[in-house]
Design a protein around this ligand. Structure first.
Ligand code: PHE
Length: 341
């Protein structure tokens, strides 16, 4: 019987020293393993007086159960501790660690925007940011689209409950920019635009434009053409031709659709230009005198041109993306696959 007490005492001491799985296993084997102290103690039954054998046997069993249940508790605690350590490890953020996976990259629209922005900057343009939520005034009235004007139907507008709109075009920033800088000015303003469109491969409800305005004395269509040609040649990295077709936008007069000779095939015809040799790239025109006036600029003294590049479209061309939905799809795998021309 004394030997059982000793085993228990020794177990209590060893028990306290368990720190991990290894020390746990050692004491489990030492006490309740096949050749452990408890088994040894049970074998001792042969030396116990016959009338005490029953009592002795029961005591050994009791001891065995006690030790096993304490070991089971201990095992559970160890597992909880290990789990907690693992979670702590996962949560620990060391901001100074270099990223293990450095394969992240900029979005095709961002890459295209940066490229175009750099060309404009080198030509003395300031880059402005525009609001995504705009007043109806800035989005429409200030660019000569009064209430009930049929041109409002050209753009399916998302109206907010407070009467403001999600800007349908970057032209919504024209008025604020003219008021901010006055004339003369050279500004570009890339931005996200929203229209209530049915989605398909070439229509998105959220897309990017990059608009530009140049206002100075004696600006004419000749400046517009020269400037657009130079700028597009730089953006595409090769000489391109431009041609104008008449186009209607209430905020420009005259207004044009500008086509650019296909920079990818040199005008011979390819998939990007749909074999036509030209791509419809950018509506533009001479800023309407009323728009200048509303922007606080005297149209007798100053003229200017404005253009609205479809930035999402440029990115699609640049990266050979056939479906505009890829751009906002958030599927990184798909975005990573796109390759620049
Ligand atoms: N704001 C026009 C649109 O989104 C594009 C445009 C910009 C046209 C500037 C002419 C001048 O459709």
């Amino acid at each position: 019987m004394e030997i059982l007490d000793e085993i228990l005492k020794a177990f209590d001491v060893d028990f306290l020293s368990v720190e991990d799985e290894e020390t746990y296993n050692n004491i489990r084997v030492k006490y309740v393993g096949k050749n452990g102290l408890v088994t040894e103690a049970l074998k001792e039954i042969k030396n116990v007086a016959a009338d005490k054998k029953k009592e002795y046997g029961e005591s050994v069993n009791k001891l065995k159960n006690l030790l096993e249940s304490r070991l089971a508790d201990l095992k559970q605690k160890l597992e909880e501790k290990a789990l907690k350590r693992e979670l702590d490890e996962m949560e620990r953020v060391d901001l100074t660690t270099p990223a293990a996976d450095q394969s992240g990259s900029l979005h095709p629209v961002t890459i295209t925007r940066n490229k175009i922005v750099n060309v404009f900057k080198s030509m003395g343009f300031t880059v402005e940011d525009g609001n995504e939520i705009e007043t109806e005034y800035n989005n429409f009235e200030a660019v000569n689209i009064p209430k009930d004007h049929p041109a409002r139907d050209m753009q399916d507008t998302f109206y907010l409950a407070n009467g403001q709109v999600l800007k349908t075009h970057t032209s919504a920033s024209q008025n604020r920019i003219m008021r901010k800088y006055g004339a003369p000015l050279r500004v570009i303003f890339p931005g996200r635009c929203f229209r209530n469109e049915e989605l398909d491969a070439s229509h998105e409800n959220t897309f990017f434009q990059l608009e530009g305005m140049m206002i100075d004395k004696n600006i004419s269509i000749a400046n517009l053409i020269y400037f657009m040609k130079t700028m597009l040649s730089q953006v595409f990295g090769k000489e391109v031709e431009v041609r104008l077709r008449p186009g209607f936008f209430p905020f420009v007069e005259p207004g044009f659709e500008l086509d650019c000779s296909c920079p990818y095939c040199g005008g011979k015809g390819c998939n990007v230009c749909k074999k036509g040799g030209w791509i419809e790239l950018c509506p533009c025109g001479m800023i309407h005198p009323r728009v200048l006036e509303m922007g606080g600029i005297n149209p007798e003294e100053y003229q200017g041109f404005a253009f609205g590049l479809g930035l999402s479209r440029m990115a699609m061309m640049n990266f050979e993306i056939n479906d505009i939905r890829v751009l906002n799809g958030g599927k990184l795998k798909q975005l990573k696959q796109v390759k620049t021309k």
